[in-house]
Ligand binder design. Structure first.
Ligand SMILES: Cc1cc2nc3c(=O)[nH]c(=O)nc-3n(C[C@H](O)[C@H](O)[C@H](O)COP(=O)(O)OP(=O)(O)OC[C@H]3O[C@@H](n4cnc5c(N)ncnc54)[C@H](O)[C@@H]3O)c2cc1C
Length: 483
């Protein structure tokens, strides 16, 4: 795009109404949206578009949680990595905060920025290369898009999230957990190199062998030290089919015992589990395990199920294509969207519980939890081996096995119910923290800067020095509330 044309497209959108968006302490005056938009008049030419209209700003002031709302002054839909460099430099000069936004599936304002600039990475969505063991992709690529492309070459990312319509940049900034994590670690453990735009507006390449401090500061780094713009992701050979086993349990300790057994001997490719309602009252447990295969080879059901203590005769076994299994939430999400539940508030609770504490801790929570407390959202419980987790900012219990425990609450749009659920989240979090557990930072738990310090404690000093080095003006990702 030539400069004249891009200049025309730099600032799109009309301020339809002027609203007060903040107070300027230096000038002792209210800041209005029109005033804020005028800040962008000296913007350098862009390959993409910077929007300041309400139709674009309002969705950027929301996320999947629908609990926190912070309106930015502008939304950049970048046309290139250079656009991100330009806007971060511009923001630095004008003291504007900046946050990247992938698919906005956070639940508590994490991708939002009050009166700053949101960089919507969904326009940066090119798969540049798929090699024999790696893929080079833009941060705005969704995992479903990457998987479809890699499967054409019988390859797959080693770990996929349960829902694959999340952006690569979004999950790499938090961790990216899934049922294959007991074998391969989480998604950030499967990244070979990242390209990052730092808070100084510099494009850097980092890996375990080059600028390792930056690599370790951005993967699971909650967007604090840089915006991930491109990543090289490890690929492994993909099977064509999946055999999915659903095994039911009445007893929590038996369920977690079998899950531990399965991740210890790695007989399955995928291990997760859910707490489900018992028709006669209370809770039951469903172990979900999957074996990947390519016909004519077939999984051996008998040896896969040997030594497990599920309720015999209630199990189900089903074969699917590898992609359909990876994409298994698509139908449920379409249904939830069609009945309007998808757009309800989601005060999600996601934590990592030390393996030694899981039965007592989860049992205690379930003894008081009702369907009204979850809004009938799923409750996930599954183990991972912590030795497979290599990134320092992905904080996990100091034990060989931990359990991911998630209460994926849906709330009515009613402030009192949301407040009660958030209080419960905080209370449950504190109990787990005191047992040596951690939160998974995608969720809705009210958190102070002191809490973050404690969360990162052994690596807090490293994070602070990386922040000083790569985002000295503290521009990036204020929605996490860390700095
Ligand atoms: C239905 C559903 C299912 C989910 N299932 C799983 C699951 O199985 N496993 C799992 O691990 N998680 C899961 N999640 C959580 C999800 O991984 C996180 O919320 C993730 O951050 C969402 O990605 P996103 O692209 O929507 O990120 P966003 O919500 O847009 O951003 C998340 C955070 O990362 C920052 N960020 C975004 N892009 C970048 C970038 N390029 N560089 C630096 N920082 C960036 C944002 O500023 C924000 O702070 C699920 C969420 C939903 C709604």
């Amino acid at each position: 795009m030539n400069n004249n044309a891009s200049r025309r497209t730099v600032l799109q959108g009309v301020i339809t109404s002027t609203v007060v968006i903040g107070f300027d302490i230096l000038n002792n005056s209210w800041v209005t949206s029109a005033h804020a938009a005028s800040k962008f008049e000296n913007l350098p030419p862009l390959d993409g578009v910077l929007y300041t209209d309400n139709a674009t700003l309002i969705p950027a002031a929301d996320d999947f949680g629908h609990i926190i709302h912070r309106q930015p002054t502008a939304v950049l839909k970048p046309g290139s990595i250079e656009d991100i460099v330009r806007i971060v430099r511009f923001a630095r000069t004008h003291k504007l905060k900046v946050a990247a936004r992938g698919e906005g599936h956070s639940t508590y304002g994490q991708p939002q920025v009050e009166a700053g600039v949101v960089i919507d990475t969904s326009t940066l969505n090119k798969i540049h290369d798929i090699g024999a063991d790696r893929a080079l992709v833009d941060a705005g690529v969704r995992w479903s898009q990457l998987l479809q492309a890699t499967l054409e070459r019988q390859l797959t990312p080693p770990v996929l999230t349960d829902y694959i319509e999340l952006s690569v940049g979004g999950t790499l900034s938090v961790g990216g957990i899934g049922g294959a994590a007991h074998r391969y670690g989480v998604q950030v453990d499967n990244v070979l190199e990242v390209q990052v735009v730092t808070g100084e507006g510099k494009l850097k390449v980092c890996s375990p062998f080059q600028k390792r401090d930056l690599f370790e500061a951005v993967l699971a780094g909650l967007g604090q030290c840089g915006i991930i713009v491109r990543a090289t992701i490890r690929l492994i050979p993909a099977a064509t089919h999946t055999r999915v086993f659903l095994l039911y349990y009445d007893n929590l300790a038996t369920f977690t015992r079998d899950q531990r057994l399965l991740i210890a001997d790695e007989r399955f490719n995928y291990v997760e589990g859910q707490v489900i309602t018992n028709p006669s009252g209370g809770w039951r447990y469903m172990l979900e395990a999957a074996s990947f295969y390519t016909p004519p080879a077939q999984p051996d059901n008998i040896s896969l199920l040997t030594g497990l203590s599920y309720s015999q005769g209630t199990e189900t076994i089903e074969d699917k294509s590898y992609f359909d299994f990876a994409n298994r939430l698509a139908d449920t999400v379409a249904l939830l969207k069609s009945i309007g539940v998808w757009s309800n508030p989601h005060p999600w609770f996601d934590i990592f519980v030390p393996g030694t504490a899981v039965d007592n801790y989860v049992g205690e929570i379930l003894s008081t939890l009702t369907l009204a407390d979850t809004g009938e959202g799923p409750i996930l419980l599954y183990p991972m081996k912590t030795e497979r987790l290599t990134l320092p900012l992905f904080r996990v219990p100091n034990e060989p096995v931990m359990f991911s425990f998630s209460i994926l609450r849906t709330a009515p749009p009613d402030a009192a119910t949301i407040a009660r659920m958030l209080d419960d989240n905080r209370r449950f979090f504190e109990r787990n923290r005191d047992l040596g557990g951690y939160r998974y930072a995608i969720n809705a738990i009210p958190f102070s800067q002191e809490d973050w310090k404690q969360h990162f404690r052994p690596v807090w000093g490293k994070l602070v020095s990386a922040k000083r080095r790569y985002d000295p003006e503290n521009l990036l990702t204020p929605g996490q509330g860390i700095f």
